[in-house]
Design a protein around this ligand. Structure first.
Ligand SMILES: [Zn+2]
Length: 176
């Protein structure tokens, strides 16, 4: 589960742990420019929520994993390995590390595939495509029959429309 933390009003840090890798992304948004830097370290899976503390010259990051405890120092856009002795929670302010929820886009279910086009049946009216026929009761209209050669139908609702109409008079659909 990815985490993020606001290091400063213009700088965010994102932490993720895909597989056994700790992925650190620094993103800063300055005036009119965006910067991003990534660091990937093979750390093993996290066993604790990563922690960040603010220090004089930036921030320190600590990840506890099955393979041990890892420390990094963040200065500006630089991510460097820090020593364990730098981690002094008595003299530093722990920062809020927030779990990143699934984004609205990612949580949307994929579009279901379009069902195959089947003849539509409404009461005693049946419409099928290919060939385009409209059957109402005992009457069948088809595009191949001479009587409807010049007659156009709304592709949305099937209502008859006059030649040159830009919108369907029945449903308002914009005609192609
Ligand atoms: Zn229509």
């Amino acid at each position: 589960m990815p985490y993020h933390c606001d290091l400063s009003p213009g700088q965010k840090i994102y932490l993720d742990n895909p597989g056994s890798i700790t992925l650190i992304t620094l993103a800063s948004a300055g005036a009119g420019q965006q910067q991003q830097s990534n660091t990937q370290v093979h750390t093993g899976p996290w066993t604790e929520i990563p922690q960040i503390i603010r220090v004089d010259n930036g921030a320190l990051l600590r990840c506890v994993t099955a393979q041990g405890t890892f420390f990094w120092q963040i200065q500006g856009m630089q991510i460097g390995v820090a020593s364990a002795t730098a981690w002094d929670t008595n003299q530093a302010t722990p920062m809020q590390v927030t779990e990143v929820g699934p984004s609205p886009i990612a949580s949307m279910p994929p579009m279901p595939p379009m069902p195959p086009m089947a003849p539509m049946q409404m009461g005693d009216m049946q419409m099928s495509l290919n060939p385009m026929t409209l059957r109402m009761g005992k009457m069948t209209l088809g595009l191949n029959t001479p009587t409807v050669n010049n007659q156009k139908f709304c592709t949305q609702c099937g209502a008859a429309i006059a030649q040159g109409d830009r919108f369907c008079g029945s449903c308002g659909y914009q005609l192609p």
